[in-house]
Write a protein that binds this ligand. Structure first.
Ligand code: ZN
Length: 174
């Protein structure tokens, strides 16, 4: 039995996603490999404690290793439109260098922007990256699914509003 599966994305298949059948150390369950990135990017399942903070994030570890973390609400063991759209959004942050240490957060600016009906440029850029490699339809399908997940959770009104604004922005782009 295979212990991992490989998927390729992008017109030239330039982004490979290698998924393990089950998470190993530190919730690591996958790896993204592409000439677009200077190193492989680990894909981790968020631990319970971090999960309360965010559904997903792109981070740089102390040793410089890039990592994408997603909550169990996003990855349930299979490749779904929700998982892919979230993963590629986070890869967009990796690509543009919008990564930070796990302890830092840009939440205040982000919440302020959303309250005024705006989305931070970094978030829009990350979505453009996702659309480039997954296609518009797949990203919008994924984000509509994600919106339903977010709406089921308490205290996520700002995230839901931001996601609706982001979907509108993707739909508005040619
Ligand atoms: Zn983001």
């Amino acid at each position: 039995m295979d212990s991992y599966r490989t998927y390729c994305y992008g017109e030239k298949g330039e982004i490979s996603l290698i998924l393990l059948n089950s998470p190993i150390k530190n919730g690591l369950f996958g790896m993204v490999r592409s000439p677009l990135f200077s190193c492989d990017i680990g894909v981790h399942l968020l631990q319970k404690k971090q999960e309360a903070v965010d559904l997903a994030g792109a981070y740089v570890a102390k040793n410089g290793q890039l990592m994408v973390c997603v909550s169990p609400a996003i990855y349930r063991g299979s490749v779904t439109p929700i998982f892919l759209s979230v993963l590629f959004h986070e890869l967009g942050h990796c690509f543009y260098g919008h990564v930070h240490r796990p302890s830092e957060s840009s939440d205040e600016r982000r919440v302020g922007a959303v309250e005024n009906g705006n989305v931070l440029t970094a978030e829009l850029q990350a979505d453009v990256f996702a659309v480039k490699y997954l296609g518009k339809k797949r990203v919008i399908d994924g984000f509509l699914g994600l919106l339903r997940v977010i709406e089921e959770e308490d205290g996520q009104e700002v995230s839901a509003k931001e996601l609706r604004l982001r979907i509108q922005a993707i739909e508005g782009n040619a």
